[in-house]
Design a protein around this ligand. Structure first.
Ligand code: SAH
Length: 232
C-alpha cells in the first residue's frame, strides 16, 4: 500500500513533536482508517461529511493526545464512549506497550471495535460494552474521552476510576468556559477532582482543529479502596 499524503502529514507532524511512528504503525493507522470508513457505511460511527480526510480529522486528532501525554509502558488507560475506537485505537497503535480498555454503551459500536482490533491484530487493546458509570473494580492511570459528555459528568466518572495521581484527558470543541467552571465547582463533591483543568489549543496542527482543545484534568484523588485495584 503506497502511503497517502495524509499519512505522510501525520508522520511528519508527530515526529516534529517527538512521537516517532514507524512504517508498520503508519500502515496500521491507515488500515484502521479504512476499516472505520467501511464500518461507518452501516453504523453511524463518525460524521459522514468529514470522511474525505478521516485520517486527519479523526485519527490524527486522536493521536494529538499522545503528543501532550506520552503514554508509558504498562500504563492503564480507559477510553470512555469510544464509538468506533476514538481516540483509543489510534493511540493503542502509537503506544503498543500501553494497555487500553475501550468502553461504550452501544453494543453495535463495540462489536465493530472488536472486529477492527482483531483484523488489525492489536494485542494491547480490549473493547467492552458497558456504561462508564457501571465499571467497578478497576482503576486506571489515565482516562480519555472524545466528544462524549460535558466535563462535570466526565469528571464524576473519572474520580471513581483513576489512581490518585491519574488524569482525565478529553478532546473537546467550542466554548468550554461554562463546563470548566461547573467542573471545578463540583470538585469538592467529587473526591477533590478536578484540582486543575488546562485547555490546550490544537489549531496549529491543522485548520480543521480550529476552536478545538485537549482538556487536561488532574486532581488530588483520595486513594480508591484497595479492593478496587484489579487490572483491566
Ligand atoms: N469517542 C467517539 C464517539 C463519540 S459519540 C468519537 O470521538 O468518535 C459518543 C459515544 O459515547 C457514543 O457512542 C455513546 O454510546 C457513548 N457514551 C455516551 N455516554 C456514555 C457512558 N456513560 N458510558 C459509555 N459510553 C457512553
Amino acid at each position: 500500500m503506497n502511503p497517502t499524503p495524509d499519512i505522510e502529514i501525520i508522520r511528519e507532524k508527530c515526529s516534529g513533536e517527538g512521537l516517532v511512528l514507524d512504517d508498520r504503525q503508519l500502515q496500521l493507522l491507515e488500515h484502521y482508517a479504512l476499516l472505520l470508513q467501511r464500518a461507518n457505511k452501516t453504523l453511524n460511527l463518525v460524521s459522514r461529511k468529514e470522511q474525505s480526510s478521516l485520517l486527519i480529522r479523526h485519527v490524527f486528532h486522536s493521536l494529538l493526545i499522545g503528543l501532550f501525554h506520552p503514554f508509558q509502558p504498562g500504563e492503564k488507560v480507559l477510553d470512555i464512549g469510544t464509538g468506533g475506537g476514538l481516540p483509543g485505537i489510534p493511540l493503542a497503535i502509537a503506544f503498543p506497550e500501553t494497555k487500553f480498555l475501550l468502553v461504550d454503551a452501544t453494543g453495535k459500536k463495540i462489536a465493530a471495535c472488536q472486529n477492527m482490533i482483531k483484523t488489525i491484530g492489536l494485542t494491547n487493546v480490549l473493547a467492552k460494552k458497558i456504561r462508564a458509570e457501571e465499571l467497578k473494580g478497576m482503576v486506571f492511570n489515565t482516562i480519555l474521552s472524545r466528544q462524549v459528555a460535558p466535563l462535570p459528568i466526565l469528571c464524576s466518572y473519572a474520580e471513581k476510576l483513576l489512581t490518585p495521581e491519574g488524569s482525565l484527558i478529553c478532546l473537546k470543541g467550542g466554548d468550554l468556559e461554562e463546563e470548566v467552571r461547573e467542573a471545578k465547582s463540583a470538585a469538592n463533591k467529587n473526591n477533590g477532582f478536578p484540582a486543575e483543568v488546562t485547555l490546550l489549543p490544537i489549531d496549529r496542527f491543522d485548520e480543521c482543529f480550529a476552536n478545538k482543545y485537549i482538556v487536561l484534568v488532574s486532581g488530588k484523588i483520595a486513594e480508591n479502596p484497595p479492593d478496587t485495584k484489579k487490572a483491566p
